[in-house]
Design a protein around this ligand. Structure first.
Ligand code: ADP
Length: 544
């Protein structure tokens, strides 16, 4: 017997119509390229998204068509999210930091019909236009007529103006209803190894994920909050914030391209931001600015961090110096992206000081909706004892089952588990801790060394800004850890003192064999340390 509750589909359009009715005046604020501020509201965003949706339909966009965006975090990008998915088409967010070759690859692989682009990324489009002319019928420049560039496109590709498109359509469009499993958005993994692969989210997965990240122990957004996603809308839907914030009724503050520490602190204070989300590199930049300038961020009640491991020193600094909780989450493109979040539960509710900092080094507990397990080389599940480590696998309604264009369920094993490629432990209270990416594992004389743990310790050195550990070839031990560090601005690194920070914190044979000091580390398109580049360059450092 089925239940007798209404069988209403979970539609992305329902989020913005809800926000427009219940939180009509809640703001969507954008910092523009020139530093000026534009203000909109959920009522206006919904109204304009409806006109834009109609304009897309008039341009010939139909259900399942891919409409791409190459854009920073802005109100117009939010309008596109809702307009595209709301019509039943698929919003393909493209990372503007992709190489031209990968950029053309993802556009052609997705067979994008239209690309909406921020004026700042027009040169990128100019460079790749001949490579993407097979499918792309129009480039929409996200601005007013006065901002239209002088750009010649290949035959058959039109240049359109975003504001003209909205002006051309009336607002009598009615959001259609369809199966909630319909594809809504597409994001390619950044492809640090091999070609990028497309992850195709559905309306259902997007809504369930948006609800799940919005509980009190995760991002916990309230209607009176003002949330600033530093995480980009061009990668994994900015962790779902453009959906969770209007669902909750919170104001969205969009930083555009101004992501350095000073600009972020300035926007936090000017716009009274209460919550923000970003990768560790962003918070490192903010911390350096705050310390150097003496500026405070007193309206912030929670900073959320993820994407790569969070050094304990950073969590401690925000807590003790700025009274700000730095909450760590873990996830990946294939998980929409959030899988776990680290907040104490009943088993460790009373932890304080060092013990609490130790807990916060972990990536945390699975959200409701995500099941996780760790398995050994033989595929057998390992115990949750905080010691056994193995490949982390997940399953749930917002975990990918197959990559775009590949056979159904081809990303899963026979039992429906998705392998994350992360190596982790899980403790008796359910807290997961990443020890490595499978591809970054260091095996020294057959014994394993955690690169994440070593990086975390090195990042605690007062002169070190960023630290990366790679496996370097070694004639006797096969592989040994090599530490690569960058100095904080105005600091110099004394290698001997860096080695000293490991003293007493790890087994002596885990200590890196050498330290390389660089002025800067290479980063991937999503802002993570690009270990493959470092490995290519330094893997023979110890045998030379
Ligand atoms: P890409 O790096 O290709 O852009 P994702 O953004 O999907 O891909 O990154 C997913 C990976 O990032 C995870 O599998 C994990 O290795 C790493 N990661 C994410 N969050 C954390 C975290 N809090 N701590 C450690 N590693 C993390």
């Amino acid at each position: 017997m089925f239940g007798l509750m209404q069988d209403r589909p979970l539609m992305i359009s329902s989020i913005i119509t809800h926000a427009a009715r219940q939180h009509a005046k809640a703001e969507v604020v954008s910092k523009n390229l020139d530093g000026s501020i534009s203000r909109s509201t959920y009522a206006e965003v919904e109204h304009r998204a409806r006109r834009l949706a109609k304009a897309l339909v008039l341009l010939g966009i139909r259900a399942e068509d891919r409409v791409a965006t190459v854009a920073l975090n802005s109100c117009r990008h939010v309008e596109l999210y809702y307009a595209i998915s709301g019509t039943g088409a698929i919003c393909h967010t493209i990372n503007p930091r992709l190489s031209p070759d990968d950029f053309a690859y993802v556009v052609n692989h997705a067979t994008d019909r239209i690309i909406s682009v921020d004026p700042v990324f027009v040169p990128l489009i100019a460079a790749v236009a001949p490579l993407i002319a097979a499918h792309v019928r129009a480039i929409v420049v996200m601005g007013a007529r006065a901002e239209m560039p002088n750009l010649t496109l290949p035959h058959g590709m039109d240049l359109l103006c975003y504001e003209d498109l909205i002006d051309s359509a009336d607002a009598d469009y009615i959001w259609p209803e369809f199966d909630e499993r319909t594809a809504a958005s597409l994001c390619y993994t950044s492809g640090t190894t091999g070609r990028p692969k497309g992850v195709l989210y559905s309306h259902r997965s997007t809504l369930l994920h948006a609800l799940a990240v919005n509980v009190g122990d995760v991002i916990g957004i309230r209607a009176v909050d003002r949330i600033l996603p530093v995480v980009p809308m061009f990668h994994v839907n900015a962790w779902g914030i453009p959906y969770s914030a209007p669902m909750a009724g919170a104001a969205l503050i969009m930083p555009g391209r101004h992501l350095d520490g000073a600009s972020i602190a300035n926007l936090f204070n000017a716009e009274k931001v209460t919550i923000s989300c970003g990768v560790p590199t962003v918070w490192l930049g903010l911390l350096q600015h705050l310390r150097a300038s003496g500026e405070r961020i007193d309206t912030i009640r929670r900073l959320t961090v993820g994407g790569s491991a969070v050094p304990r020193s950073m969590t401690e600094a925000f807590g003790t110096e700025y009274n700000v909780e730095l909450g760590q989450g873990w996830g990946m493109t294939e998980m929409s992206p959030v899988g776990t979040y680290c907040q104490p539960n009943a088993a460790n509710a009373d932890l304080t000081g060092e013990d609490l900092l130790r807990l916060r080094e972990k990536q945390g507990r699975a959200l409701w909706g995500v099941e996780m397990r760790i398995v050994g080389d033989d595929g057998a599940a390992l115990p949750w004892d905080g010691v056994a480590f193995g490949l982390l696998q997940v399953r749930g309604p917002w975990v990918c089952s197959a990559y775009f264009g590949e056979a159904p369920n081809s990303a899963l094993d026979a039992d429906g588990w998705f392998s994350t490629g992360d190596i982790a432990t899980i403790d008796a209270d359910g807290f997961m801790e990443i020890t490595d990416r499978a591809k970054d594992v260091i095996k020294s004389g057959g014994e394993w060394i955690s690169s994440v743990q070593l990086e975390n310790i090195a990042a605690g050195h007062p002169d070190v800004a960023e630290a990366a550990i790679i496996a370097a070839r070694h004639p006797k031990w096969d592989e040994r850890p090599l530490l690569i560090v960058t100095p904080k601005p105005g600091h110099e690194i004394d290698v001997a003192t860096v080695m000293d920070v490991f003293e007493g914190k790890i087994a002596s044979w885990w200590k890196p064999d050498d330290v390389v000091v660089l002025s800067d580390l290479p980063h991937t398109a999503t802002g993570k340390v690009h270990k493959m580049v470092l490995r290519d360059k330094y893997k023979d450092h110890l045998v030379k």
